[in-house]
Design a protein around this ligand. Structure first.
Ligand SMILES: Cc1cc2nc3c(=O)[nH]c(=O)nc-3n(C[C@H](O)[C@H](O)[C@H](O)COP(=O)(O)O)c2cc1C
Length: 407
């Protein structure tokens, strides 16, 4: 008899009904929004970052967003210039308390950011704990904060991270999870500094510093905020490869050994499983929700359950980190074998895309025959598989593995 797997996960001692969480952003801005997300099946929320309201009034540049379009895909990535919550601190913590009271089985993470004093972190940590938050996420990573001494510059400095993590930890007894910026060459030094400061877990990634476009007539990069723009945070599906890289870098390093909360371009259950296989225990989402609404969690949960059941697993914990042993240094990759493209003429529509890419970007191994079907010269093909990647027909181009031509 097979038993249905559970989706429950234990993340640094906190029980999540499932690993899917709203990440800290406009999708988790108020009680009503988070309550609706819980009702639709999200396991946890990381509430929009709260700062102290005795220092500076938070306002946002406008327009706040610019989307990167490609063909019919309206949002392959999203650039934002949003700041942390502009709501009064007291209102935010009251919302967190009400969420915990009405949804005791769901997890509420309070994201905090000190503004002008190191002690802000301690004050906010105490307020978060008093409100009933299960965990604290330290936002060390927003790339467009306008208050000096905040945001991703903090997240690039190991000494400051260690100090602020330790101040936060010292002020509360709930687990503390620093959130890392991808705007570093290597996340390990800052993640290890967070561990040295007492971190119980790490979350990553916040947004990538970017410019998504330029208005060709106004000569202003986008989003155009009263005639100017700036490099700011980029998120969404095109960030997933960067996020997976940082999650796997941290999960592979024996010295860190902390549970990871992964985010950056998670849209589907497949994305979710990929993050878990590379070491993430919980998963956070913003841009996919901005595009498709909270309901996407139902597909993600169902897909993850099916994947676990199909592979004989009983819990997400059975798959966490299971692909890590197959991530190696480029110098360790085999040069003994290679791929050779195979084209199924029954499926081919004769568009010639494979011929074009092979002629102009690869081995000139594909010719078109008299029936306008591509033919591969197997001795010339060097197995880049660009033809397979560009082919518009699923399953039309596959490949076989042969001894390397150059051996
Ligand atoms: C409009 C917007 C506002 C955001 N605000 C915050 C924030 O207040 N605090 C924070 O830690 N991250 C913030 N983020 C970053 C997200 O939580 C998340 O790290 C990032 O968007 C990558 O995930 P995604 O690709 O699923 O969006 C924001 C992202 C967006 C798009």
């Amino acid at each position: 008899m097979t038993t249905t797997p559970t989706l429950k996960v234990n993340f640094c001692g906190v029980e999540f009904p499932n690993p899917f969480c709203l990440s800290s952003s406009p999708v988790s801005n108020t009680y009503d929004m988070c309550a609706r997300a819980f009702d639709l099946g999200w396991g946890g929320v990381v509430y929009k970052t709260v700062g102290p309201d005795y220092d500076v009034k938070i306002t946002h540049p406008s327009p706040r967003l610019n989307a990167l379009h490609r063909g019919i895909d309206r949002v392959i990535g999203l650039q934002n210039v949003e700041q942390i919550s502009d709501r009064p601190t007291k209102d935010n913590f009251e919302d967190i308390a009400r969420l915990k009271k009405n949804y005791p089985k769901n997890v509420v993470v309070s994201s905090i950011m000190g503004l002008t004093h190191a002690n802000d972190w301690a004050v906010l940590a105490r307020q978060a704990q008093e409100a009933g938050a299960d965990l604290i996420e330290c936002n060390f990573s927003c790339p467009q904060m306008t208050v000096e001494g905040t945001g991703h510059k903090v997240g690039q400095d190991a000494a400051i991270i260690e100090k602020l993590t330790s101040i936060t930890k010292g002020a509360c007894s709930i687990p503390v999870m620093p959130k890392m910026t991808p705007n570093v060459a290597d996340m390990l030094p800052v993640a290890l500094a967070a561990k040295a400061g007492g971190a119980d877990a790490i979350s990553a990634i916040n947004t990538v510093k970017a410019i998504t476009g330029v208005d060709l007539e106004e000569l202003v990069p986008l989003p155009n905020v009263a005639g100017k723009s700036s490099t700011s945070g980029y998120s969404g599906s095109s960030c997933k490869p960067i996020a997976l890289r940082f999650i796997s870098d941290m999960a592979r390093d024996q010295r860190l050994g902390l549970p990871l909360s992964g985010m950056g371009g998670i849209y589907t259950w497949i994305d979710a499983v990929e993050f878990m296989l590379l070491g993430a225990t919980t998963l956070q989402v913003t841009t996919a929700i901005l595009q498709h609404g909270y309901r996407i969690v139902q597909d993600m949960a169902e897909g993850l359950l099916d994947y676990l059941a199909d592979h004989g697993h009983r819990s997400p914990h059975d798959i966490i980190g299971k692909a890590l042993k197959n991530v190696v240094d480029p110098s360790e990759l085999s040069h003994q074998t290679q791929a050779v493209s195979q084209i199924d003429h029954d499926k081919c529509v004769g568009c010639g895309q494979c011929y074009l890419t092979c002629r102009d970007g690869a081995a000139q191994a594909i010719t078109m025959n008299e029936q306008r079907k591509p033919v591969v010269d197997e001795d010339a093909c060097f197995g880049c598989l660009m033809c397979k990647h560009i082919c518009p027909v699923d399953g039309c181009i596959s490949y076989k593995i042969v001894p390397h031509h150059l051996l």
